[in-house]
Design a protein around this ligand. Structure first.
Ligand SMILES: [Zn+2]
Length: 259
């Protein structure tokens, strides 16, 4: 089969055998791509430092049935600034884990690829990395078709307006107006300003996304709820949350299906 050239971002690398490595990529043309880098552990000639998670690379591979055969790779961006900052690096690891868990294989994912590429660049430089993570999560869920309707109350269809706290009920993902707020299993209170910002984060062109700023006193609750929503889709705990928690020392969402 003919070799294919693509740009790609490394999501995950694992030992496959004594000499080989199993690498998971995000690509624009085929979404998630999983392939074998033969002899990558002994010879650095063909792959060099291109197998590190978060690295942006050019990749030549031969599609196979199931796994691809990785032929060679060249580094475009190692994201060194990210690697040298452990809290930011833990956020990057969280993002790549979510992508590896949720991106389907075989379908074109150009908007998702561009979002990820932009997110990693922003995460390295933004004064507020948590703000970047929240905006990524909203945009990611929208891109994957999993973002709940944040435009109206699920019960009465009332549009966003007025005073009072709205409720995002998890894990169902229903948005409820102040009149229909109920005691859910895990309700997140959302003020009107935050809801409008979430809708903007879902729709703005990527070049303007990072200008949005989530209110500081809303960030932890929002991030916690968004990750709970991610895990409601994957039905699996996110392993990197433990690492993130070490740097934040803050309460984390419960793993799905437990408690
Ligand atoms: Zn309502």
């Amino acid at each position: 089969m003919k070799a294919v050239d693509t740009e790609a971002i490394v999501l995950r690398t694992a030992a496959y055998s004594e000499a080989d490595r199993l690498v998971t990529y995000l690509t624009p043309a085929v979404g998630k791509l999983v392939g074998i880098a033969r002899n990558a552990r002994s010879s650095r000639k063909r792959f060099g430092h291109c197998l590190e998670p978060c690295s942006r690379v050019t990749l030549t591979y031969k599609p196979g049935t199931g796994l691809a055969w990785l032929e060679r790779s060249q580094l475009l961006d190692a994201h060194l600034a990210l690697r040298e900052d452990l809290p930011r690096w833990s956020y990057a690891a969280l993002i790549t884990e979510i992508l590896a868990e949720m991106t389907p294989e075989g379908d074109a994912q150009e908007p998702l690829y561009l979002l990820t590429r932009s997110t990693l660049e922003q995460l390295a430089s933004d004064p507020d990395p948590l703000n970047v993570v929240i905006l990524f999560l909203v945009r990611f869920m929208r891109t994957m078709g999993h973002l709940p309707d944040f435009q109206q109350c699920r019960v009465c269809r009332a549009p966003l307006a007025g005073q009072g706290q709205w409720i995002w009920q998890l894990p169902e993902g229903r948005l409820l107006c102040p009149a229909h707020r109920a005691n859910g299993s895990s309700p997140l209170e959302l003020d009107l300003g935050t809801l409008l910002l979430l809708n903007q984060a879902a729709q703005l062109p990527l070049t303007r996304l990072w200008r949005l700023r989530v209110r500081k006193d809303r960030r932890q609750a929002l991030r916690r709820a968004l990750l709970e929503w991610v895990m409601a889709q994957t039905h699996r705990p996110l392993k990197t949350l433990k690492v993130v928690a070490q740097f934040e020392r803050l309460p984390q969402p419960d793993p799905p299906g437990i408690g």
